[in-house]
Design a protein around this ligand. Sequence first.
Ligand code: HEC
Length: 157
Amino acid sequence: MKSCWSLRGLAVIFANACFGVLTAQAGETSMAGMDAGGGQMEAGPATIDVSRYPKAVRDIYPLFREKCSQCHRLNHTINSDHHALPDEWEGIVNRMWLKPGSKINHTEAKQIVEFLIYDSSVRRKSALDKMLTMVTPKVRKADEDKIKEVHAKYDQQ
Ligand code: HEC
C-alpha cells in the first residue's frame, strides 16, 4: 500500500484509485466491477420517467434515488435485464439495506421494494411477463399476488 501513501495530497482521482484497490481487497470485487463501468452494468439511462405514475409512487422515487445510489450507480438497477420479479426485488433490497452503512431503515426498504415492483410491472411489463412464465407456478402465484397488492395500494392514491 506504500504507493497509495505516496500519492496522498495529489489529485482526487489518484486517491480514488487507491480507495478502489482497498475496496477490492476488502472483498467487494463485484462492486469494483460495477464501478469500472464494464459494459452492460452501466448501460442505459440513470433515471426513470415517473411522471405517469400515481403520486404515492412518485413520492418514493427520490428516496430510491438517494438511498440506492450511495454505493453504486442506479443504471444497473434501473436497466437490469434479469431482475423484475417482486421476490427478486425483495431479496435484493433486503440484501442492500442490511449492508453496513446503508443508511436505509426497514420502512424505507419496504417502500423502495414497492416502488421497484410497481415500476417493473409498468415500465418493464413485457420482461416481467416473460419471467413469470419461467418460474414455478407457486412462485408465479406469489409474485402475481404481490403485484396486485402493490397496485391496489398505490393506484388509487
Ligand atoms: C451500503 C452500500 C450499498 C447500498 C446503500 C446499496 N447497494 Fe446495491 N450493491 C452494493 C454492493 C456492494 C453490491 C455488489 C455485491 C452484492 O450484490 O451484494 C450491490 C449490488 C447491487 C445489485 C446487483 C445485484 C445482482 O444480483 O445483480 C443491485 C440490483 C443493487 N445493488 C441494487 C440496490 C438497490 C435497489 C439499493 C437501494 C435499496 C442498493 N442497491 C443500495 C452496495 C450497496
